[in-house]
Design a protein around this ligand. Structure first.
Ligand code: AHM
Ligand code: MG
Length: 335
């Protein structure tokens, strides 16, 4: 029988053999995984757990919060605040940063998360997920501040997501490729099910919210127009479209079989660079995709090179199969 490698064992081996993960980071990742298990349980209960529907609140972006957005946010904070490995956390669902209270020891890491991505899919039993990113707190004795979080994505020391679908799958990178772990519900542990994930460089599948087509910029329109022309057009092949409207689920499909995912700037909100959030969505997903051999840009530059100026910054996102991302990006370059 093939040996089963648990997440714990995988992380210990990465720490011991490859020296890739300091012990504090290993502990942190274990705690995040444990929190994801709790969120997965809440998601699975659905109406039976009374967790569906909206709460009577809005987040900092003015979006109505779902009950599960709030539950997932609390689970992540409660699981992570006391372990001693973190200095502070930031979440899509909180206005400012959450500094670890004085009653607990302070660690050297910063954790950022979108506690429950794909909120519009919660009540309709479609895959949703948690996205997270880990940064190192800059050196120094002063207390942690919001500006400590404003590091480019290339500074991440770990990133991952957990998709709550037919299976619960945790996907992780610490900078040495991407590994996938499937939750064994009977054992209550994540088991390694794929290592060295590779995204094919070419694809015939794109993911974009087509209902926004009339609002897009010319380069995105051109790319999608050419895909839609199929075999008869300049691409010489037929394309398929998939849009789940949960970034986690769309990215997971791309991790599994390739494709290109786009949430571009559009002219409905001309002053916003895009819909998705740089720190909680684009950076962790961008790094995971790059670690699996794909690419991630905002049309003009590599996502991971963007210097953030505020915590809840938004960004235009194009990521997935390398050759397609490079093509869309090249359409954005001035001629
Ligand atoms: P959320 O973090 O509030 O759930 O919003 C992000 C989600 C992404 O998961 C998804 O790609 C996108 O919003 C879907 O947007 P739309 O409803 O415009 O298709
Ligand atoms: Mg969200």
């Amino acid at each position: 029988m093939a040996k089963r490698i648990s997440l714990t064992r995988y992380l210990v081996e990465q720490q011991r053999v490859d020296g890739l993960i300091p012990s504090q980071l290993r502990l942190l990742l274990e705690v995040v995984a444990r929190a994801c298990k709790s969120i997965s349980q809440a998601v699975n209960k659905g109406a039976l757990g009374g967790v569906l529907g909206s709460a009577d609140s809005e987040n900092v972006q003015g979006e109505v919060q779902k009950k599960l957005d709030i539950i997932a946010n609390e689970v992540l904070i409660e699981a992570n605040e006391w372990g001693g490995h973190l200095a502070a956390m930031a979440s899509e669902e909180m206005d400012g940063i959450y500094v670890v209270p004085n009653r607990y020891p302070q660690g050297e890491y910063l954790l950022l998360f979108d506690p429950l991505d794909g909120s519009s899919n919660i009540d309709v039993n479609v895959s949703i997920g948690t996205i997270f990113s880990v940064l190192k707190k800059p050196e120094g004795d002063r207390g942690v501040e919001e500006k400590d979080f404003l590091q480019a994505g290339c500074q991440q020391v770990a990133a991952g997501y957990c998709v709550y679908g037919p299976q619960t799958t945790l996907v992780l990178t610490v900078g040495d490729g991407v590994a996938m772990f499937t939750l064994d519900r009977e054992q209550g542990s994540f088991v390694l099910t794929q290592e060295k994930v590779r995204i094919p460089e070419d694809t015939k599948e794109f993911a974009i919210n087509m209902s926004n087509m009339r609002h897009w910029d010319a380069p995105v329109r051109r790319y999608i127009d050419e895909c839609l022309q199929g075999k008869e057009g300049p691409r010489g092949k037929d394309f398929n479209m998939r849009w789940i409207a949960s970034m986690v689920a769309d990215v997971h499909r791309i991790m599994t079989r390739g494709g290109v995912f786009m949430y571009p700037w559009d002219k409905r909100e001309p002053h916003k660079p895009g819909k998705l959030r740089l720190m909680y969505e684009a950076n962790p997903m961008g790094w995971l995709v790059e670690q699996a051999g794909g690419a991630a840009t905002n049309g003009r530059q590599r996502i991971l090179d963007i210097q953030p100026t505020h915590l809840h910054e938004r960004v235009s996102v194009i990521l997935g199969s390398k050759n397609e991302v490079e093509r869309v990006t090249s359409y954005h370059q001035p001629v």
